[in-house]
Every structure is written in structure tokens, then in C-alpha cells.
Design a protein around this ligand. Sequence first.
Ligand code: FAD
Ligand code: NDP
Length: 585
Amino acid sequence: NVASSMQTLFPGQVKATIHEHATKQSFNDWLEASQATFATQFVGDARATNHYTSPFCYLEDGAGTKFVGGCDDTLAFFRSRTQSAAAPSAPARNVHANDVDDGATYDWDLVVIGGGSGGLAASKEAAKYGQKVLVLDYVKPSPQGSTWGLGGTCVNVGCIPKKLMHQSAIMGELLHKDAEAFGWAVPNATFDWTKLVTSVQDYIHGLNFKYRVDLRDKKVKYENFLGTFKDAHTLTLTNPAKGKPPKDVTFRRALIAVGGRPKSLDCPGADLAISSDDIFSRPTPPGKTLVVGASYVALECAGFLKAQGFDVTVMVRSILLRGFDTDMAARIGTYMEEEAKIDFIKGAVPTSIEQLANGQLKVTHTFGEGIYDTVLNATGRNPDVSGLNLPAAGVGLNPKTGRIAVTHEQTSAPHIYAVGDVIDGPELTPVAIQAGRLLAKRLFDNSATLMAYDKVCTAVFTPIEYGCCGLSEDAAIETIGADNLGVYHQSFTPLEWSLSHDRALAKECYCKLIVDRTQNDRVVGFHYLGPNAGEVTQAVGIAMKLNASYDDFVSTVGIHPTTAEIFTTLEITKESGLDASAAGC
Ligand code: FAD
Ligand code: NDP
């Protein structure tokens, strides 16, 4: 297709497109047999680009034979030519029709502010379609002084270090709870925080480097600068740490993908608390820890710290996991208290934090006080918009949430867009990535596909993992009505936990499917509490996207023995009142 498209666009000018070399060996075999007159140049290009598969495209442009590139480069070249030939100002974009090109000349086709999940995905996608793209990424140090490299929250202070710490916790549990029953004697297994942090940080530094190389390979320019709008088409770039003079750049379009940063506590001594921006790179063990907050970040951090052997207390202002299925949240709470032995102070907030002479922290709260080595504040995140000077660009906020107001990721300034945690929607990495990619395709590749923010799967990596997709039971009752719903459920004990004598609440693993009886039992909510929740949920998410019904689930043949197979055998409904506790194999 690439070859024939090029031939159509440049009749008689395409000197060669070379295909079908699936391996370096087959490429070398072809070279040997080749009679190509430009073989020397071709070999040079192949070696220089390390590109040995199909196609290789050469174009005769009058000044000689020009190497266009491999598949991606040729496609980008082809698209840039067809777009400028067919529609000089912009490709057809029915979705963002008010983003009209003014025909002026700018330094950049697209400047992306923020090199995190959403910004990197969008920038690479835009460059694919021949756009001249600049990514700005600058990390403002946390109040504790923590800072990090390219890649944003997920890579540096979010999903990645969190999941690695969670994995460390799972290993601890396997060693302490299960190993012996499975025949392993692991005497004196000890945990070393500093060693874990060093491994995690080494891994992250490798990722930071890979992201930079990837941008360079994809022809996206990266600058370690903080961007601030000067006017609707100009950004001022500064780097306070490097002390370089500020400079201005102009852009045809901009994408704001600056994410969020942890909120601070609002009590005296709040600065003595650390946040998730600090915990994953903290060189010394946190010791006895108070975690303030009761959602994803708080419960996940409390979980791994406890399993690593630290004394952990969680201070809950109201409920656990606001917005999630309340039944599932309650089960997570029970497991964390009774099985993981984490202390909870419920209905309380800190009223002051004070440092004692020995360095420990005295926390006074609604019901009393306690002494801790570390206070981890996990009370949510604010969009990182304060330094952007949004009014200068005509970009407005949602006054209720303080996030950038968008319609299909387009802001109130029609040529400026926003994705990820800085807009209203699920604050999740794959959401930012998908929204960024789809936006770039709409803007630069004539796509009309919009981001769907519903049926987004998520997993909470608490000591008992939780995965869900679609509606909570509470939301289903509210939107569909209790009389129109069926709730299939079952408790179960995972086989991998069944030999251990030390897993008292193993039967707390639980799943439920919520179906809409008025729509042929279409599954509207999926909930799973048990090992490998992220893996199980991701796969079921596809079925949810395809509007699977209860019959589709139970007519699927399971894989035995797994925990996920339970979704192929669910029979007991909540409304039947029958016992849904675990049965045998
Ligand atoms: P970010 O990734 O935050 O990137 C924004 C970037 O922009 C940052 O590098 C920032 O420094 C930079 N920046 C800000 N202002 C400027 C400026 N003016 N100029 C230049 N650069 C600027 N999600 C999941 O899906 N799964 C998980 O398991 C998960 N775990 C998490 C655990 C924790 C502890 C946290 C805090 C979050 C977690 N998340 C998880 C959420 C996920 O990390 C975010 O949803 C995601 O990173 C958002 O991506 P983004 O592109 O919107 O912003
Ligand atoms: P959330 O906004 O989800 O939760 C904030 C928590 O802090 C709530 O429990 C809230 O309680 C409590 N809180 C808020 N203010 C105060 C206060 N002043 N004093 C005491 N408690 C307070 O924030 P998170 O930081 O947990 O997570 C942010 C986002 O990051 C999530 O929405 C999620 O999308 C993403 N994330 C995803 C993960 C994953 O995919 N596994 C993991 C971690 C984060 P209340 O209910 O009373 O308001």
C-alpha cells in the first residue's frame, strides 16, 4: 500500500520501494543477489538506520535520489504531501471544526506542555503524521525537594514504582504466609527498604533514558523547560534550575498535558508530611507511618508498607474508596484490618503535626494524638495549572473542579487542547494515553474517533487486589433501578492461597456481575476481589466493551484452575438470598 500510494502521488519519480525482508538474513540475501544501481547508498542507509524490513523508499526529485525512509517515515511523508496538496490549511476535521488554521507561520505545528503519559503519547502520534512537534517537560520539586526525569507521574512517582513496591509486598506475603506449606523453608527472610528503593530508582532512570531516545527516534523535540502562556500562540520557556535565560516559542496548536500534583494538608505542620511524590525515592525506611486519606494512593501505600514490615495506621476522613462500589470497598477495608493487620482511625483528620526533639512527628487529630516516624499525605491531587497563565491563552477552567474545561479535549481556545489528569475524567495513565493518541489522529489524520471515558477498567493494588469495570452496584441501582437489575456473585478461595494456614480471610475473595434485566442481561458492572485483579479485569474489559451479556459469560469455557474462570460459572444471584460462599473445585 505504501509503495502504490507513493507511485500514485509521484508518478515516475519513485526510484525504488523494497519489500518483504522479514529478517536481517533475508535482507542480506537479497542484497547479494541485487542488481540495484544505487546498492551502495542503499546498504549505507540500511546500516545507518538499522532498518532491514519492508519497505525502503527512494524518490527521484531532480537533485538526485532521496531516501525517504521505512514504513513510518514514508507514510508520514506521503500524508504530509497529500494533506498539503488536497487541503492546504488543514485536513477535514469535522469534530474540531472551529479550530481553523489562520495560515500564519509558527515555530512549531504542535507544542505539548507536559511529558507524561498523555503528552508523550500525543506528541509521538502527531509526529507520525509529519507534524513538527515540541514537548516541554519540567518537574517542579516537591515541597520535600523530590524531583525526577522525563515520563511524568506514572513512570516516576505513580503506577510504576507503586506496582514494584506492591510486588515486593506480594513476595513478602508469599515468603511469610505461603512458602512453608508449598515446601520452601525460607529462614530469616528480611526486608531491606534502601535496597528496594535503589532497584526501583535504577529501573526508573532506565525508563527516563528510553523515553528520551524514543522521542528522538520519532522526531519529536524534547526540551526540559517549564512552559507558560504569553499569548494565544506563544509560550515562554524557563528552567529555573538551569538558570538559562527565558525564551519564547510560537505554536499553531498546543496540547496541555501537565497532570496534577498532590494536595497539601490544611493543618499546622502540613509541610512535615511527605506525599507519593517522595515515598518511592526516600532513601531511608519510613518507620512507623501514618497515612492520611482513604482512596487509591492511601490504601495502596498503606498495603505495601505494612507487608514490608512497617507499623501502619490509616486515617480515614469519611469512607474508603469514594466512588467505588461500597460493598467491595467494605470488603477491602475488612481484609486490610483483619488479614493485613493495618490500623484504621475512622472519621478523623489531622489537626496539627509537630516535630519532636528526637525527629519523630506528633500528630494531633479529631480524637487524640499519636507519634509517628513518617506522615504520608494521600488526600488527593490538584491539576497543575497555576503556573500556566491560562487566561493569556483564553483557556478556561471548570469552576467546580478547577480542571481545564474541555469538549472532546478541546479547550475554550479552539486551537488549544488538554488531556489527562488536568481535565475532568478518570485519573489513569491509559486514559491519558488513549485520549492523547485519539486526539492526534483526529487533528492530523482525519479520524473522527472520540475518546470514550465510560467502561474504563481500573485496578486498586491493595493487599487484596480489586478490579472493576462499568457501574458500581450503587450507581446501577441509581441509574437502572434495583428492580431491573440482577446481581450474580460468589466468594472463592484462590487455589494458590489454599495450602497456607496463615490466610484466615482467603475466602474474602469475591466477585460479582451486575446485569441489566431489561437489556437481555447485558453486563453493566464487573467487580473482582482477588489475586491478579488487574490481569483478570483487563481481559474482561474487552467483553464489557463488546456489550457482553450474562449468557456470553457463562457460555464461555473457562480455564481451569484459575480465579478468573469463576465468571464463567456464576449462578447465584443476590436477590435469590442463597449462600454465595465458596464451593469446591
Ligand atoms: P503526568 O503524567 O502527571 O505528566 C505531566 C507532566 O507535565 C509532568 O512531568 C510535569 O512535571 C509536567 N509539567 C507540569 N507543568 C508543566 C509546565 N508548565 N511545563 C512543562 N512541564 C510541565 N494510573 C494508573 O492507570 N494505574 C496505576 O496503577 C496508577 N497508580 C498511581 C499511583 C500514584 C501514587 C499516583 C500519584 C498516580 C497513579 N496513577 C495510576 C495515575 C497516573 O499516574 C496518572 O493518571 C497519569 O500519570 C496522568 O498522566 P498525565 O499525562 O495527565 O500527567
Ligand atoms: P482521591 O481524590 O481519589 O482520594 C482522596 C482521599 O483523601 C479520599 O479518601 C478523601 O476522603 C481523602 N481526603 C481528601 N481531603 C482530605 C483531608 N483534608 N483530610 C483527610 N482526608 C482527606 O486521591 P488519590 O490521591 O488517592 O488518587 C488520585 C488519583 O490517582 C485517583 O483518582 C486515581 O485515578 C489515580 N490513582 C490510580 C491508581 C490505580 O490505578 N491503581 C493508584 C493511585 C492513584 P473523602 O472521601 O472524605 O473525600
